[in-house]
Ligand binder design. Structure first.
Ligand SMILES: [Zn+2]
Length: 411
């Protein structure tokens, strides 16, 4: 592997601090050294990449990834379930597209093939396939047919305490890092669904105990306040959506803010409100699916979470025909425009805090961490929308290797 020195770059280090001019040495798969200002690093044995004043930042983390949701910016697929062989190949393609768009890590929010993601993660880690570092998840667990939960989410549902414990152990055994449960239903499944609880307090706490015993993380779809509270009490680590959180639910989240993460996934609601007409979701349907009111609610709930210091991360349920994989960076702009994050705060949530979510040495630029880096044209700390066009991603490095090598200008 060639070792690399990035020079003449502005460095955004993922902590939320202002970017600074400097250079970075990468040796092997890790960042070896960072220099500020006019300091110069040892160049011996390093291939020099002149950034010409571009921004060097950590690769982004998608906090609510569904690589098995079929549609991408390269390919719209008007179905959620495909024959398994084709589905697995589309999933691998989606992993590559996610990385092409600057996401070097992805935390899964559920997979339609329960063995797909552990296999994909291992193939990516071994260098056989291009894709982000992946925290692999199992099949979403819910109650098929209850309040419109779509078929395919749960073919083998045993809701007994013994059945739930066995399911958790089985997902650990097949190599999942996390399991996704539907703690509540959703307006998108059926009107009123968001307030329907899918697991009792007893069931949730049995799931939590089983997961702690097995050493596997828990994630959940939670809309209703009680669903959020139940999940937090049971020790769930990633809580998705939280659109209908009341002040009590916010208190519970805040009390555990050092051990949990929220990913509200505004991208999907935004797409249903503004970009889905060509796909049969006009204003009336968007309203019926709760997207319009949901997006409005999020605009008061998420700023309040931010104020309380709860870690809220971008990641927007991409993979639907009208919300395709590859558009993921748009979530950062929604954090700025809808939730009042500064561009730098949104970037820090997508990088530094994303690294905390992954629980891997990624998401920041400092010596010792994996060299997962983006070289970006312009200043994304002022304008996060730059990240939405992959033309602006001048180079993408993951683990010290270029996924997208820089085009070296000869001046
Ligand atoms: Zn989702």
């Amino acid at each position: 592997m060639t070792d690399t020195l990035f020079t003449n770059v502005w460095i955004f280090d993922g902590t939320g601090a202002a970017r600074f001019p400097g250079e970075i040495a990468v040796r092997g798969e890790r960042i070896a050294a960072v220099a500020r200002g006019d300091d110069r690093l040892d160049r011996a044995g390093l291939a020099v990449v002149d950034g010409h004043g571009a921004t060097l930042m950590p690769g982004m983390v998608e906090a609510h990834a569904h690589l098995t949701w079929p549609s991408s910016v390269e390919r719209v697929i008007d179905a959620m379930k495909l024959p398994p062989e084709e589905h697995l190949l589309v999933t691998a393609q989606n992993a590559r597209i996610t990385l092409d768009h600057g996401f070097t890590s992805a935390y899964s929010a559920g997979s339609l093939g329960e063995r797909f993601e552990p296999a994909l993660r291992d193939m990516i880690d071994a260098g056989h396939l291009a894709g982000p570092r992946l925290r692999a998840s199992a099949l979403e667990k819910g109650a098929e047919g209850v309040m419109g939960v779509p078929a395919g989410h749960d073919p083998t549902h045993d809701r007994s305490i013994t059945g739930l414990r066995a399911y958790v152990a089985e997902m650990k055994a097949i190599g999942c890092d996390t399991i996704k449960f539907l703690m509540s239903s959703d307006e998108g499944f059926a009107p009123g669904g968001s307030q329907v609880l899918m697991y009792s307090e007893e069931e949730a706490s049995a799931i939590g105990a089983a997961a702690r015993e097995a050493g596997i993380w828990l994630a959940c779809h939670a809309q209703a306040s009680e669903a959020i509270k139940r999940a937090v009490r049971a020790g769930f680590r990633a809580i998705f959506h939280c659109t209908y959180a009341d002040s009590e639910a916010l208190d519970v989240l805040e009390a555990r803010r050092d051990t949990l993460f929220v990913a509200p996934a505004p991208g999907l609601l935004y797409a249903r409100c503004h970009e889905a007409e060509a796909f049969g979701i006009g204003p009336d349907e968007a309203a019926r699916m709760g997207a319009i009111s949901g997006l409005e609610l999020m605009q008061s709930v998420i700023p309040e979470m931010r104020r309380r210091g709860i870690r809220v991360l971008p990641g927007g349920d991409y993979g639907f025909p009208y919300n395709p994989i590859g558009r993921n960076a748009r979530d950062l702009d929604l954090f700025v425009r809808l939730f009042g994050f500064s561009p730098r705060e949104a970037l820090a949530a997508a990088t530094g805090q994303g690294g905390q979510l992954m629980d891997l040495p990624v998401g920041e630029i400092r010596a010792g961490l994996f060299a997962d880096l983006l070289l970006v044209a312009g200043d994304p700390t002022e304008d996060v929308t730059l990240l939405e066009d992959k033309i602006n991603l001048l180079a993408i490095m993951k683990g010290g290797r270029f996924h997208k090598p820089p085009v070296q200008q000869s001046l």
